[in-house]
Ligand binder design. Structure first.
Ligand code: NAD
Ligand code: UDP
Ligand code: UDP
Length: 387
């Protein structure tokens, strides 16, 4: 009958197997793993604003519901608490795979020290739970430890996230024919012997150092991504992200920009590690998010460097933070961490040519934009609302 025909003519369900990411003008269904994190939440904002359906996946290891709370109640947004180390079944067109703690304090701890800190923190926490005084936990336990109270062997956990998490997301992409984007890192270049770094550089990484769970984890994630591309025909994209800053970064997460900004606001000395002459290139988060979307939608697999080529020593960064927040701020030198890369600066020629992308916001423009966010969150924390 004609009824039957109309059903056949207009299939309401997606065909099984590989389908193009964009089907006509239908809005896309997109997964963002790590969607409650710093970069992930800004990406979610952009995708929702342009009208896509977005599913955020996060285990809240370093991310916060607060980062996406403004989308709660929006039927086009869903947030799933899930650890990407475990498999998941979904039906989507695109997967932005960001899940992975990006701050060094989350992976640089000496494992023995970590375990001791865990034991101490647990005692503190128990004391706090028993205590009749309502002292915010963050006053008693160093903030980064709060997130890790129950997680031992952090480095192994991080490596698992990079390897098993990426494998699962690639398995998902393969099954449903979705396009997959990996957020890799400039850390795949290690302590680089080539400067600035081009995508063709293979890197200089210590495979057994304290940073390797992150550096080698991401290198393996890149390998898996290319193997699924070549072996299983998955459409993939790889971004190598350079240091990124902006609103919603974890307070006190140990990264240099968040440390300096928080210290300057609190009137504490800015802690410069080593001689402060090591360099980094700092990118504002909205530039990165534009780059990620351009990469996902472009025709090129990558890898692509996404970073701001402006290069600063840590002493120069401290000066910009002083100019922006408090010219009277002092600098305090501390010993540097192990395997700290001496310099980092992206060569972004490839992204400029093939993605028509380049960052727009300089450090001096971007920093003030994160200061008001930091000030208000720190005020909330001081009032005990930051827990
Ligand atoms: P972030 O820590 O704020 O965000 C990571 C998010 O992933 C958090 O919300 C966290 O809870 C979640 N997560 C971690 N492990 C998970 C797991 N096993 N399952 C589910 N969720 C998990 O960090 P970010 O700065 O937003 O970084 C996002 C991505 O960009 C990461 O992959 C990071 O490696 C990459 N990157 C960031 C930078 C940077 O400077 N911010 C630089 C290079 C690469
Ligand atoms: N996977 C997943 N969701 C899916 C499909 C696969 O989480 O929809 C996981 C799956 O559990 C496996 C991984 O992705 O651990 C790799 O999947 P693949 O099919 O490539 O490998 P296999 O399952 O054959 O080992
Ligand atoms: N750093 C610093 N003071 C801090 C935190 C970091 O001088 O309070 C230095 C750190 O030694 C490194 C640089 O800043 O040389 C960038 O460190 P971050 O952890 O932000 O990023 P990554 O090392 O991963 O590039």
């Amino acid at each position: 009958s004609s009824n039957l025909f109309s059903v056949v003519d207009q299939p309401r369900y997606r065909p099984v197997g590989r389908v193009p990411a964009q089907i006509g003008n239908r809005r896309k269904r997109i997964v963002v793993t790590g969607g409650a994190g710093f970069v992930g939440s800004h990406l979610v904002d952009k995708l929702i604003a342009r009208g896509d359906d977005v599913i955020g996946i996060d285990n809240f290891f370093t991310g916060r519901r607060g980062n996406v709370v403004h989308h709660f109640g929006n039927p086009r947004f869903e947030l799933i608490r899930h650890d990407v180390v475990d498999p998941i079944l979904l039906e989507v067109d695109e997967i932005y795979h960001l899940a992975c703690p990006a701050s060094p304090v989350h992976y640089k701890y000496n494992p023995i020290k970590t375990i001791i800190s865990f034991v101490l923190s647990r005692i503190f926490l128990l004391e706090y739970c028993r205590s009749p005084f309502s002292i915010p936990c963050s006053k008693m336990i160093p903030y980064p430890l709060l997130d890790y109270l129950w997680i031992e062997n952090l480095d192994i956990r991080l490596y698992k996230t990079n390897v098993m998490g990426t494998l699962n997301m690639l398995g998902l992409a393969k099954r449903i024919g979705a396009r997959f984007l990996l957020t890799s890192t400039s850390d795949v270049y290690g302590d680089p012997l080539e400067h600035p770094q081009k995508e063709t550089y293979w890197g200089h990484v210590n495979p057994i150092g304290v940073r390797s769970c992150y550096d080698e984890g991401k290198r393996t994630a890149e390998t898996l991504t290319m193997d699924y591309h070549r072996g299983a025909g998955v459409e993939v994209r790889i971004a190598r992200i350079f240091n990124t800053y902006g609103p919603r970064m974890c307070l006190d997460d140990g990264r240099v920009v968040s440390n300096f900004v928080a210290q300057a606001i609190r009137k504490q000395p800015l802690t410069v590690y080593g001689d402060g002459l090591q360099t980094r290139s700092f990118q504002y988060v909205s530039d990165l998010v534009d780059g990620l979307v351009a990469l996902m939608e472009g025709e090129h697999v990558g890898p692509f460097n996404l970073g701001n080529p402006g290069e600063f020593t840590m002493l120069e960064l401290a000066e910009v933070v002083k100019e922006t927040i408090d010219p009277s701020a002092r600098i305090e030198f501390k010993s540097n961490t192990e395997d700290d890369p001496h310099k980092r600066k992206p060569d972004i020629t490839k992204a400029k040519e093939l993605l028509n992308w380049e960052p727009k916001i300089s450090l001096r423009e971007g920093l003030p934009r994160m200061v008001s966010d930091f000030r208000s969150r720190m005020l909330n924390e001081d009032e005990g609302k930051g827990l």
